[in-house]
Write a protein that binds this ligand. Structure first.
Ligand code: GNR
Ligand code: NI
Length: 201
């Protein structure tokens, strides 16, 4: 009604009182973007690095956070909303706690653990499908934050899985690419049917 109840992705915004934040987000309203559904050629492309962290990109990142929270999901990558650039948003904070919205730009893995973890993954571009995927249990990522500042951070647990899932999106890779060709084929067929049904509505 009056904008988001979680902090939006700009520096210093967490200091802004809630009332003012609501007024600000009303002036520059955020919006929910349509999420591309597999199969879509845009979800298979390698994205280009971000060269300019413009106000437009910050606005889009806010929209993507709103879209992600609305879905709901814990991550969303540029190509999922048709923006073919190397950035993603995520928030893996627990439901009961304060939201922790993140924007990672031009992310690169600088280290992965030998130890692996298997999580049942889902994807907002492949709705209703959940399958086990095994990935490194921990990763270090170097990236630019929304203010263009270089950061390096270690992710573990759900954050490690999510960050790797999102980085894969930037390279045109989906979690179903880790499954057998037979399983992937069945899922793709299901998604084609879903898209056809949705387009008839
Ligand atoms: O919301 C999401 N949940 C999720 C669960 C397990 C592993 C990865 C994810 S990411 C997904 C949102 C999404 O599609 N991001 O690209
Ligand atoms: Ni995904």
């Amino acid at each position: 009604m009056f904008g988001p109840s979680y902090p939006i992705a700009r520096q210093g915004q967490e200091q802004t009182p809630l009332v003012l934040r609501n007024i600000l987000s009303y002036v520059s309203a955020m919006s929910i973007r349509p999420i591309l559904i597999h199969p879509d050629p845009r979800l298979k492309k390698v994205c280009a690095p971000v060269t300019d962290i413009s106000r437009g990109l910050q606005k889009l990142a806010d929209d993507m956070l709103e879209t992600m929270y609305d879905a709901p999901g814990i991550g969303l990558a540029g190509p999922q909303v048709g923006k073919m650039q190397r950035f993603f948003v995520m928030d893996v904070s627990a439901k009961e706690t304060e939201p922790e919205p993140r924007v990672l730009i031009n992310p690169e893995i600088t280290w992965t653990s030998e130890e692996v973890n298997t999580y049942e993954e889902g994807c907002l571009s492949i709705p209703g499908i959940y399958e086990n995927v095994t990935r490194p249990a921990m990763v270090r990522m170097r990236f630019l934050d929304i203010d263009g500042k270089q950061q390096e951070e270690e992710f573990g647990g759900m954050a490690a899985t999510c960050a790797q899932h999102e980085l894969d999106h930037l390279d045109g890779k989906l979690f179903i690419d880790y499954l057998s060709a037979i399983k992937r084929g069945m899922i793709t067929k299901k998604m084609k049917k879903l898209k056809k049904e949705r387009s008839r509505e």
